[in-house]
Structures are given as structure tokens and as C-alpha cells.
Design a binder for this molecule. Sequence first.
Ligand SMILES: Cc1cc2nc3c(=O)[nH]c(=O)nc-3n(C[C@H](O)[C@H](O)[C@H](O)COP(=O)(O)OP(=O)(O)OC[C@H]3O[C@@H](n4cnc5c(N)ncnc54)[C@H](O)[C@@H]3O)c2cc1C
Length: 491
Amino acid sequence: MLRTGKEHLESLRDGRAVYVGSDKVDDVTSHPAFRNAAQTVAAIYDMKADPANRDDMTFEEDGGRHAIYFLRARSREDLQRRMIGHKRIADLTYGMFGRSPDHVASFVTGMAMKRDELKPPCGNPDNLLNYYRHIRDNDVYTVYAVVPPQAARNPEFYHRQNIPVPTLRVVREEDDGVVIAGMKMLATGAIFANEIWIGNVIPLAPEQKKEAITCAIPCNAPGLQLWSRQPTETGCMSEFDSPLAWRYDESDSMLLCDDVKVPWERVFVHDDALLSRDIYIKTPSHCFGNHQSNVRYWSKMRLLVGLCSKIAHATGADQVPAVKETLGRVSAQEAMIAGMVNGQINAFEPWPGDGYVCFNRRMMYGALEWCTQNYSKFVDDLRELCGGGVFQMPANISVMNDADLARSFQTFWQTPQCDAVTRMKLFKLAWDMVGSEFAGRHQQYEKFYAGASFIIRNHSYRETDWGAFNGIVEDLMAGYDHLPSAKSAAA
Ligand SMILES: Cc1cc2nc3c(=O)[nH]c(=O)nc-3n(C[C@H](O)[C@H](O)[C@H](O)COP(=O)(O)OP(=O)(O)OC[C@H]3O[C@@H](n4cnc5c(N)ncnc54)[C@H](O)[C@@H]3O)c2cc1C
């Protein structure tokens, strides 16, 4: 089944408990903080359901037609199809939706390709497969909260005060399921999603058994609250003044569970701290999910390169040799991520077991590390090209509502390259990428969405065949010894 945008919006009117400060949101599809981003999510669903996009965006399996990101890949061509689907979704939001519906779906799909890693008795491979089928067949939008709340690492502090440790855990087992309580960070997109996957992508200590719970809950589960950060949409004067914040704020929420019941059939791992992390890295899950992130980043880089070029033209600096060099550099960086995405497909890896294949893991982690480390630098290139132009513009476009001000604005703000309104439109867009609240959130997102940098580097370390690298050095060293070489012997 493929949902339309309208059907998806309908599914969000389900009584979920969303808070913006003390404001309880009744309907996320019409609330001023969320309505435009909700429409963006609806547009993704409509694009997927459009028969004109059938080949790129869908596949057939088990008698139904499904979103392409549920495809369990058996060949290089399947991986290519997945990438094209991610790219079309990312292009629709210019890479601004990190947790679009294809992100966590890719984690679950990758896990379903090697479900026997969910080893009983603590893991449940059948529940996982059934969940995969449920979200695939009903076109469900799932997001995740898979990191403990920051600074809650010292249980003693809470024990001393006789208050609960805030980290989400199982507090009770009942005949028909488990009861969970506590917090988890940071469910990006949950406000626009149907389900939340709860788990642990960061290793737990073996004794943290009760925190190891890996499960899925609906966004309207009784006892669940979503505490939103400050939404960017509410700070916008107009779409013209803040074009990205207006439409593309995907939202981030803390998850607060007050005795939420999870039926056994939605529990995937229980009481095994090591297994709760292994299920991502011993299956294609982590690689599938983060390949989507690489593709999304590529879309964002394309917008960034376009903005650098347009801004340089608007300031009249585009023909200066040093500026051309900057443009050549940012273009090379876009080509780099394009190459890294395609390389992961060309150097794909068979996954041992059931005949499935995966993107090249080392190349995926290489791209992830590169993306995470460089986003702020790329944004800074655009910042430098903007100069003070962003603050030369009036506070907002309402100047055009006053005939005298409008005349002055159009007369004095025009340049040989641009009329005043077009120029302002471009610089406002650039500011939403470089300096606005929305831009700041994106810089934080690109640094941390896959974990802090040491986590990403540990993934890269783990996947490296160090024997191969050591072997190169050993081979080279084996080609000579301490005996005099022919040259020194002749001398
Ligand atoms: C915008 C945004 C969206 C997010 N969306 C999601 C989401 O959808 N789902 C989700 O589950 N999570 C999400 N996250 C959370 C994200 O996964 C975490 O922020 C990330 O894992 C880092 O964890 P932390 O915030 O607890 O930082 P910490 O782990 O506390 O790290 C803070 C700093 O300390 C350093 N540090 C800490 N420990 C070490 C160490 N042992 N060695 C070296 N340096 C160390 C880190 O490098 C970092 O610079 C999101 C985060 C952001 C910012």
C-alpha cells in the first residue's frame, strides 16, 4: 500500500501529546509551529504515490507495491534503486529532512535482511520481521530515539535524591508486554511520524539490561509525551524572509515515557545490553540507514554549491580569480560526496547468509566521517561569499507594502546583476543556510546526527581490515634486509 499525503496527514491527527513549552498541541497538521513542515512530509508521500514515479519510488513484493526504501537488496541494481529513491526524497527537501520516512525504514529493512542476529531468548527475530512487514505494507513513517539523555550517566545522583534515573528502561514486565518509563533523546521527525523505534545505537555496559529494551511504540501511545525544542517556523515573518525555516523544520523532540505499555509483539530485544547494540552493526541496518544520510547530504551540498555561485554573482565577485577558485573548491566537494555515494554501490558487499547485498561499509563510514567533519566548513565558504550582504537587506519584505519605502528599496538596492527584490530573496535564503536559528540547528544536526565524532571513527576502525594494511607494509619490508645492497657492496 502506498499512502497519499492527505492520508498521512490524517494519520497524524491521533491524539498524540506534543508540547511546545507549556502549549499542548492539539493537531500538528494545523498548529502554526508545524503545519508547513507537515505539508512537506505530505509532499514526500504524494511524490511516492504518484504513478509517474512508480519505477523510481516503488517495488513489488508479496502481492503489494511498496516504497522503494523497504527493498531488501539482492544485487548492485537493487542498491542503485534504493539510492535513487533516497535521492528523489532528499531533493524534494533540499536535504533538509534528515529523518525523512526513508531513514529509519532503512535501518529496519537492513535489520530484516539478517534477522537471525536477534538471537533468542533476548532477541526476537519473528517480531522484527513482522514489524518490517507492518511498516512496509502500511507505508508507516517511523523515526527513532536511540540515545540516552545527555548527562544522565551517573545513577548515584538520582538514587541519592530518591528520584527515578531519567534514562528510559523497563520498569515492569506483564503478561501481555513490558512497561517502559524514562527519557530518550532525540526523536527528530517524531511530530510528523507514526511510530518511534526505541533502542541503543551507542554501547551499553553489560549490566544495563533494563535499558537494553529495543521496541517500537506509536506516537500516540498512552503515557508518551513529545517535548519539542523551539520550532523555527514560529519565528518566521514570512516564507520570503525565512524560506527554509518556513517549510523544512523537521522537528526534534525529547521522548518522555510515563509507564508506556509495549506489547510483546513490538519488543525486539529485551534484557541483553550487548545484543541491543549488535543488531545494528551485525546486520546491514546501520549501513543502510546511514547510506540514506550520505545521499541526503549530497542533495544539501548541491543547494550549497548553487547558493555559493548565485551569491558570488549577486555581489559581482564571481569573476575575481580568488572567488572562482573558491567556487571550484566547493564544486569539487560536491563531486566528492557524489563519488562517495556511488562508490558505496559499485564496491558493494555480499552479506553472508541469505543472498542479500549491502553498500560498501568502509566507504559509507568514510563518507559519514567526511560529511560530519566538514559541514560547518562548507557553510563557512558560503558565509564568506555573502560578506555583509545579508545585513544590507531590510528586516523583512513588508517594506514592499509601503509605496514610498518600496520605491526607495527598488531604486537603491538594485545592482547591475539583480533587481532589489530578487537580491533580497537570495540573501534571505542564504542566511537561512548560514546564520538563522534554522541554520544553527542544521550545523548541530550535521555534527551529531550519527553520534559524536569518536563514535563514527570507532565504526570506521571496526570495519577496517587492518591485516590488509599491515600486510602492505610487511610486503614492502620483506623486499629488503640488513645485508648490504648491490650499490653499497659495489662501492
Ligand atoms: C539536531 C539533532 C538531531 C538528533 N536526532 C536524533 C534522532 O533522530 N534520534 C536519536 O536517537 N538521536 C538523535 N540525536 C542525538 C544524537 O545522536 C546525539 O546528540 C549524539 O549521539 C551525541 O550524544 P550526546 O548529545 O549525548 O553528546 P555527548 O556524548 O555528551 O558528547 C558531547 C561532546 O563530548 C564529547 N565526548 C563525550 N564522550 C566522549 C568520549 N568518550 N571520547 C571523546 N569525546 C567524548 C563528544 O565528542 C562531544 O563533542 C540528535 C542530535 C541532534 C543535535
